[in-house]
Design a protein around this ligand. Structure first.
Ligand code: 5GP
Length: 222
């Protein structure tokens, strides 16, 4: 059997259009979220990545507008007051928010959009965006998470301890997400994430017209 090389799941000759969706990915620090999100964008380069606004300092290697929009606390508050954020939260002492305008624009254009945000922000979107899909990436164990955080060799003991406390708090939130991906093996976790995107793209409710109309048949109500 020959396998299709493209992940597209329906014949391209059909005049099929679908609505975009938000793919919200959360994980405790050290679970592998950044690597998995990069993998996803490599396979599906058409997925747009939401660039958040943040009050935290820019880190070496980060680029304004690519990694984040780095803004001051005052500007952030103005945006909160103006209702510019679809969600926002304070994480590790800094504020982060997602532009309402960018999300609306992407969904309108039928694009899928990836949001790498914390549980507090995800919970806000769960209440307000019907089409969103929520994925939580879990470490195989707390011991393994600690090992990974220490293995990075970049953070102080205090930072590691804080991340572990936060990780416990975040894992407690994981139960309401739509999908759980345990990152014990990065390739397997990446395959699972890819499968989630493929399945979600096939959801009947996401198509703008009923299948009958794709074939020129009269619809179910006629
Ligand atoms: P970092 O500062 O290490 O890039 O991100 C810290 C945490 O903030 C991560 O868990 C990340 O998912 C979360 N985060 C990034 N952008 C947003 C956002 O727009 N909203 C929320 N709620 N969390 C975000």
């Amino acid at each position: 059997m020959t396998r299709p090389s493209s992940p597209v799941s329906r014949p391209s000759s059909l005049p099929v259009k679908r609505h975009g969706f938000l793919l919200v990915v959360s994980a405790p620090s050290g679970a592998g979220k950044t690597t998995l999100c990069r993998y996803l964008i490599d396979i599906f380069p058409e997925i747009r990545q939401s660039v958040s606004f943040t009050t935290r300092e820019i880190r070496p290697g980060e680029i304004e507008g690519r990694d984040y929009h780095f803004i001051g606390a005052e500007r952030f508050q103005q945006m909160v007051d103006a209702g510019d954020f679809a969600e926002w939260a304070e994480v590790h002492g800094n504020r982060y928010g997602t532009s309402r305008h960018v999300l609306a624009e992407s969904l309108q254009a039928g694009e899928d959009i990836l949001l790498d945000i914390d549980c507090q922000g995800a919970a806000q979107l769960k209440r307000t965006v019907d089409s969103a899909v929520f994925v939580f990436i879990l470490p195989p164990s707390l011991a393994e998470l600690e090992k990974r955080l220490r293995g990075r060799g970049t953070d102080s003991e205090e930072v590691i301890e804080r991340r572990l406390v936060n990780a416990r708090r975040e894992i407690v939130e994981a139960h309401w997400y739509d999908y759980l991906v345990v990152n014990a093996d990065i390739e397997q976790a990446a395959e699972q994430l890819k499968s989630i995107v493929l399945a979600e793209r096939c959801r009947a409710a996401r198509f703008t017209q009923p299948p009958a109309s794709w074939y020129g048949l009269s619809g179910p109500n006629k």
